[in-house]
Design a protein around this ligand. Sequence first.
Ligand SMILES: Cc1ncc(COP(=O)(O)O)c(C=O)c1O
Length: 411
Amino acid sequence: MKIAQRMNRLGTETAFDVLTEVNALRSQGRDIISLAIGEPACDTADYIKQAAKDALDLNMTHYGPSQGLPAFREVIAKHVAETRNISVSPEEIVVVPGGKPVIFFSILACIEEGDEVVYPLPGYPIYESMIRFAGGIAVPLRLREEHGFSFDVRELRKSVTDRTRMIIVNSPQNPTGGIIPKSDLHEISELALHHDLWVLSDEIYRRITYETPAESVSQFPGMKERTIILDGHSKTYAMTGWRVGYGVMPRALAMHVTRLMTNSNSCTATFSQHAAMVAMTGPQESVTRMVADFRRRRDLIVDGLNGIEGFSCRKPMGAFYAYPNVTNACRTLGLKDSRMLQQYLLQEAGVAVLGQQCFGTRLPEDNQEYIRFSYVSSDEDIREALRRVKNSLSDSAHVSSFLARQPQAVA
Ligand SMILES: Cc1ncc(COP(=O)(O)O)c(C=O)c1O
């Protein structure tokens, strides 16, 4: 049977392939610690679960408005206005099943064939995938370790042309844990205003910061009219499986995104929305506790990673990922790239992590290697994973025997 050509342009999130591999190894009886997953390990707080049970008992099991429940949009609008220091009305909110559909719908609604979209590299892989799927041209903007994983402003300016239609910014970031400083966001706003661009501001990790809060590009004069804020409950409230997210965007765009919702999902599950509303209006201690746990684990993992020969790890400022530079470890051990290090650690150390290839197409000039460690697991798991990684990499015979089994290995 014939499959439409456009499917060749759609990428994926290879993290899910690694999860499949982890499950396959576990079913063979292997003891694998997964630091690959991008979701809080803790469960959704009881008061939120109770709200969903109540909603089911109240038969909130029917279709709802495609744009989202009005009461929930009221709560979101108030929250976004307070936290971003902008005015927001419920008409500017579209509730969708998770943060991901905001990327899907806003790119489909705004990007024409041949439009250029500037996106962060490394970054969440769905940006690049969706730009190409919509027929756009994906223009990578390098996040540089030496800039605390922000971009080089000169490179940003060079990446914008007459054909640019949108800039995507993610802060705090997946996979680096970096936060884009206010001054760099200001540069984006200047360019967006000058070139009449959309900015898709992925703020899904906004509540998970440690030293300094993350700023939103929407705060600069004239930016609210051209910014699409992506936020949601997956990370903040440990609600990944509930599928609740939202986009904040100009009313005219919200109408189109709502139509995309009508055509695809009809609506976000009504009882999930009710529980998500209670999540925002109820006690926030579970969020505070979770972030405090992440902070402790961040310090633990960064110290541990910096104690491994050939690894060098910056302190992430937000999200729950550490992104050490592992170039020296790869070179010393003869591992071709971070993909091979990822394979080695999974197969030989029993630790699942993600190599940088999971976060965007490699550029020809790329000569540094990184891997992402997600530090959502328990302190014990993190300690044990660090011990395994360190031991397995200090055993060169082990590495050589692994390399001998890899046809494409560079010795
Ligand atoms: C940067 C970023 N944006 C969006 C999402 C999507 O979140 P959701 O699970 O709510 O669709 C993720 C999930 O990992 C993410 O890392």
